[in-house]
Structures are given as C-alpha cells and as structure tokens.
Design a binder for this molecule. Structure first.
Ligand code: PGA
Length: 257
C-alpha cells in the first residue's frame, strides 16, 4: 500500500533540511543511498536541502530520480553587490527546484523579519522555485496563548501579494520553535490544531479549493519513533525534518507507507 493520500488528495511530502551539517563526501553518500532506496517513489514526495555549496553536486547525483533538491535560504535580491548571498536564480541554475524560507533559525538567529521573508518568497517565485514557507511560535508565545496570532501574521505577511496561482508553488511548514532540535515534538493534537487553523487562514485569504490543496508539513524533532503518530494526525501532510534527515538510517524510516 502506498503512503496515505491526505485529505483532498494531497500527496504526502517529506523534506530533509540538512542545515549546516555533512561534508562533501557524506552529502554525496547520503544522496546516493537515498537515490537507491527511494529514488523511484511516486506515492509520496521527497526533497532534500543541502548546504549551498553542495546543492549543485547533490542535484546532479539525484537528477532523474523522484527526489527533489532545494536551498535552505536565498537572497531577496536577484543579483548585485550582496556579499555572501546566493540568489534564487543561482539555486535554480545549479539544479535546485525549491527553497526553504522563513525557517526559525533564519528568523531567530539571523533576525529575518516577515517583510524580508516576503521579499525572499517573491524572489524565489520569480526565479521559478517552489517554496517551503516556515511559520511557528516560540515557547514564550505559546505560553502567552499567542500561537495563532504569530503563525497567522507570519503566513499573511509572507504571502502578501502572492496570487492563488503562485500559491500553488508553496508548501507551508508549521514548525514550533520550541520543538526544533529539542527532542520535544508537538503532540499530534497540537500539530493538527495549528495546521487546521492555518488552513482556515488560507481559506479566508484565497478560497476553499486553494486551502484544500496546500500541503502543510509539521517540523520539530520528527524521528522514526514519532513519525507514525504525527503523520496520522488530521491535517498533517508531511514533515520537514532536521536532525533525523542527515543519516539514511533515521531518514528512510520516515518515508513510511
Ligand atoms: P529538527 O529540525 O528535526 O532537528 O527538530 C527541524 C527543522 O528545523 O526543520
């Protein structure tokens, strides 16, 4: 049996965010194992996000397989005097078809604002990349009962002036900051509640049909031991995985049917 087709026919989507991990040879070894073990899967979508410097070679290693490759970030500008930055067009040029934007480490460690994330979304769409747009509340925000307010703001501002047609290129990742890299995942109920809320915001922003189509991933300490319960939660259409994605032994078991 293939992976569960989520509500409204949404295909499950599991993405591995390698963050600033792996060296060249281990990145290529992981890509080659993934290609061998799940490079023909069509019952679910799989993507990996290597560090910038390895995107080209990993994309080459996975070319012709069903596994997509993306960047973990991109510049909000197309080109020019922006030392140290990488444009969406450059990512596309070396074989990336996606980019993660608004990840909590970008927002909270590097101070990215909703406005900057929005400009990056625009730049990525212009370059023809699909986007995983991350939203999520901190522990203090959850404790202050501000989760909905925060994730709604991040979503609305990130998507400002994004048309319904453009929105079809976007996946949302709900990643509570307190669950990222902490070993403390959200419960399936907490994830479902946030995802359902986000889908409601998308309905008001676009319409029912658009909202029913968008995939909302959960991210934050997903691992083989908890993936089954998280994925069986209503509204959870896949996962954005950090720590467990950098080794085949912990990533492959997440691609469950
Ligand atoms: P984690 O990271 O799986 O290591 O918690 C998730 C993420 O940051 O996308």
């Amino acid at each position: 049996m293939g992976a569960k087709i989520q509500g409204a026919g949404r295909k499950r989507f599991i993405a591995g965010n390698w963050k600033m991990n792996l060296d060249r040879s281990s990145a290529l070894a992981l890509a080659s194992t993934l290609r061998e073990r799940c490079g023909n899967r069509t019952d679910l979508d799989v993507a990996v996000f290597p560090p910038f410097v390895y995107v080209s070679e990993v994309a080459h290693a996975l070319a012709g397989s069903s596994i997509r490759v993306g960047g973990q970030n991109c510049c909000d500008q197309a080109s020019g005097a922006f030392t140290g930055e990488v444009s969406a067009g450059m990512l596309a040029d070396v074989g990336a078809t996606m980019v993660i934007l608004g990840h909590s480490e970008r927002r909270h460690v590097y101070g990215e604002t909703d406005e900057l994330v929005h400009r990056k979304v625009r730049a990525a769409l212009t370059a023809g990349l699909d986007v995983i747009l991350c939203v999520g509340e901190t522990l203090a925000e959850r404790q202050a009962a501000a989760t909905e307010k925060v994730i709604s703001r991040q979503l609305q501002r990130g998507l400002e002036d994004v048309s319904a047609a453009e929105f079809s290129k976007i996946t949302i990742a709900y990643e509570p900051v307190w669950a990222i890299g902490t070993g403390q995942n959200a419960t399936p109920e907490q994830a479902s509640q946030a995802h359902g809320y986000l889908r409601g915001v998308i309905t008001s922003r676009y319409d029912d049909r658009v909202a029913a189509r968008v995939r909302i991933q959960y991210g934050g300490s997903v691992k083989p031991a908890n993936v089954q319960t998280l994925l069986s939660a209503p509204e959870v259409d896949g996962c954005l995985v950090g720590g467990a994605s950098i080794q085949a032994e912990s990533f492959l078991p997440l691609l469950i049917s």
